[in-house]
Design a protein around this ligand. Structure first.
Ligand SMILES: Cc1cc2nc3c(=O)[nH]c(=O)nc-3n(C[C@H](O)[C@H](O)[C@H](O)COP(=O)(O)O)c2cc1C
Length: 320
């Protein structure tokens, strides 16, 4: 379905809708990324912690559908062989987030692959601009998964002011429907990157029990925390926190000043639990849970988000 929302982002990437799938580690597998791209958005496979064999399999699953790949920067820099797998597949874009991505930008752009750099602060936006990132994603603290503490409402327009009107900028964090997309466009964005909304959809790779659980939760049930990074020994730089669903395990450790010192104890308890024991295991999701009450297909999410935003923007004139 062609959109009436034409932006610098849709024009640059040949999209029908100004909507990108967040590269949510192994949740954004080949099937989900391909479904978003087929629906006219930009699907990004979650290269996450740079697991080469998994990435090769996800790319194969996407087949000849035009998808990109997104990495956690600090992890990708430790696994150049996995970055090579991504770049050799000639992805539609390489997305980087969380760290000094200049070497990845250079490697991708040398092959003519556009780079999407997700930032959490103005200082990072300046860094991404200096590196000539093709797209900047302004990520607000509302977002599911890793990030920092700034809200989207002032971060995005300030990055627009800084970057000038030609730079392609997306908004991310707390967006799950056309209201969020329309708001981002009014803040100066060219589109959105959505994670949590696509996690709760049919093609997302992940247990059905997790998807079902999200339908009964809201933003108030989430919190930014370090607990699961420590419990999973994930190697995250300390200044990034992860927005996750609160559970018994998190409540036990979140305010413990000795969390780092007691890491082996937390890790042992975490590892001993069943993978679908949501009293202990992490469920990564953002404040957008408030707006998620169904498990549609990725195509339905893309189409209704875009159509609702177009209708709202068209109707806005009647309030003048
Ligand atoms: C389950 C989950 C996993 C995520 N994993 C990654 C990741 O591997 N790499 C990354 O750059 N961002 C990751 N993110 C963050 C997204 O890039 C994006 O900023 C976020 O999903 C946007 O906010 P929203 O969840 O409110 O839509 C993840 C988000 C979620 C919800």
């Amino acid at each position: 379905m062609p959109t009436c929302l034409t932006t610098r982002f849709t024009e640059r990437f040949g999209l029908d809708h100004p909507i990108a799938l967040a590269p949510m580690d192994k949740i954004s597998g080949g099937a989900l990324a391909a479904a978003v791209s087929e629906a006219g958005g930009l699907g990004l496979i979650g290269g996450g912690y740079a697991d080469g064999p998994w990435l090769a399999q996800a790319l194969a699953q996407a087949g000849n559908r035009p998808v990109g790949v997104g990495f956690i920067t600090w992890s990708a820099l430790e696994h150049p062989e996995t970055v090579e797998i991504a770049l050799n597949a000639n992805p539609k874009a390489l997305m980087v987030s969380f760290g000094d991505a200049e070497p990845l930008v250079e490697a991708a752009q040398a092959k003519g692959i556009p780079v999407i750099w997700q930032v959490q602060t103005l200082a990072q936006a300046k860094q991404a601009l200096a590196a000539h990132a093709d797209v900047i994603v302004a990520q607000g603290q509302e977002a599911g998964g890793h990030g920092m503490s700034r809200g989207l409402m002032s971060l995005l327009p300030t990055i627009r002011d800084l970057a000038g009107k030609e730079q392609i900028i997306l908004g991310a964090g707390g967006i799950a429907d056309g209201r969020g997309l329309a708001a981002v466009m009014m803040l100066g964005g060219d589109g959105v990157l959505m994670g949590t909304r696509f996690w709760a959809c049919q093609e997302a790779s992940g247990p059905q029990s997790a998807k079902d659980r999200m339908l009964g939760l809201g933003g108030d049930d989430t919190i930014r925390s370090k607990v699961f990074d420590v419990a999973r020994d994930a190697g995250w730089p300390w200044h990034f926190t992860g927005r996750v669903v609160r559970n018994r395990f998190l409540n036990q450790w979140h305010d413990d000043p000795d969390l780092q010192a007691r890491a082996p104890e937390a890790q042992a308890a975490y590892d001993a639990s069943d993978e679908e024991d949501y009293g202990t295991r992490v469920l990564i999701a953002g404040e957008a849970l408030d707006l998620i009450r169904d498990l549609p297909t990725a195509a339905e999410i893309v189409e209704r988000t875009s159509a609702e935003a177009a209708s709202l923007l068209r109707g806005a004139a009647s309030t003048l």
